[in-house]
Design a protein around this ligand. Structure first.
Ligand code: AHR
Length: 326
């Protein structure tokens, strides 16, 4: 029965163009299938695409599970629509990767009233009552930001004035809030560090290229680019190339980027990016383990952080780049 409704749900979501894809078991009896509704942020970055693949792969081929994924295209309203459909359908479990932190109380209360457990993944939600969700798995974005500023502290002599250009991701997303906080805290404690501008890149390559091109038309005095994800960095590198401004090892601009995707790691290895701070998207298997623990009645932590570190041109090897999954 559940599968019948989930097919209807998928059809509904496809018709409303919100991008539902289902990973379906082929021959399990319906009653044995544990149906999970997953509201994904979008497909704005290589990180996101890898995260979706990791989630899909974790459940694919497991006849016990059916994962219904909805792509919200970076719109919180689309997430509300998808979640309400999941509730109507009567899924067994809901996973939300929230676009932004604010505004989740009402929908989480609706899920609670429907008696459906909910996991928050990747980013976080800002709600007073944390009983509105079971657990939150994802990155420690503040730690990532601190890794970046600690590296910069080691690179810049205490008495040198530096101008930092800051490319920000989706405003209000945990990844943006915490990475920004780490930088702004550091600037407050270093009188010779200055953020010359904060440009909005929405975690996409196209937006970052556009805002960087505009900015560089009248500003060329940049010592450091602090870019809140790899795709924005790629857009920024293109704009810097076109403006004839050098960067990376021995260049004018030091580049700090977040995610550490294979492409960024290769640039780092080649000396075109100075620091890659890792943001690991491959936690689909951990999500599944947590759900299984919950189903077995085991207690699960309220917050689970994935392991991450940072890489420089000096520390990275070609073997490591080649072995990168995402
Ligand atoms: O929330 C994780 C961030 O979102 C990643 O850094 C970014 O690439 C993605 O779009």
């Amino acid at each position: 029965m559940k599968r019948f409704f989930s097919i209807l749900l998928c059809l509904g979501l496809i018709i409303s163009m919100t991008g539902c894809t289902g990973v379906k078991p082929t021959d399990a009896p319906d009653d044995d299938v544990y149906v999970i509704g997953f509201s994904q942020v979008g497909s704005e970055s290589d990180w996101r695409v890898a995260n979706t693949k990791s989630m899909t792969a974790a459940f694919e081929g497991d006849t016990e599970y059916e994962l219904l994924m909805d792509n919200a295209r970076q719109e919180q309203e689309n997430q509300f629509t998808a979640v309400r459909r999941f509730i109507l359908e009567g899924v067994d479990f809901i996973i939300i990767a929230p676009t932004v932190e604010e505004g989740w109380e009402t929908i989480l209360t609706e899920i609670k009233d429907a008696d459906i457990p909910v996991m928050i993944m990747d980013r976080s939600v800002a709600v007073e009552d944390d009983s509105l969700y079971l657990t939150n798995i994802g990155s420690d974005f503040l730690h990532q930001g601190r890794l970046a500023v600690e590296w910069l502290e080691g690179e810049i002599p205490e008495d040198r004035d530096i101008k930092i250009l800051h490319l920000q991701g989706t405003i209000g997303a945990t990844a943006q809030i915490q990475r920004t906080k780490a930088l702004e805290d550091a600037v407050r404690s270093h009188p010779n560090w200055e953020i010359t501008s904060q440009l909005y890149g929405d975690f996409t390559e196209a937006k970052a290229y556009e805002v960087m091109t505009d900015y560089l038309a009248s500003n060329r005095d940049i010592d450091v680019l602090y870019s809140e994800n790899d795709n924005m960095t790629f857009g920024a590198m293109r704009a810097l190339d076109e403006a004839g401004i050098s960067y990376g090892n021995g260049g004018q601009v030091k580049i700090i980027t977040f995610d550490a995707t294979k492409e960024a790691l290769q640039y780092c290895h080649d000396g075109r990016i100075d620091l890659c701070v890792e943001c690991n998207p491959m936690f689909g298997p951990d999500v599944k383990t947590l759900i299984e623990k919950y189903r077995n009645g085991e207690s699960i932590p309220k917050h689970v952080y994935v392991n991450e570190s940072a890489y420089t041109t000096q520390s990275i090897t070609q073997e490591f780049v080649d072995s990168r999954e995402y």
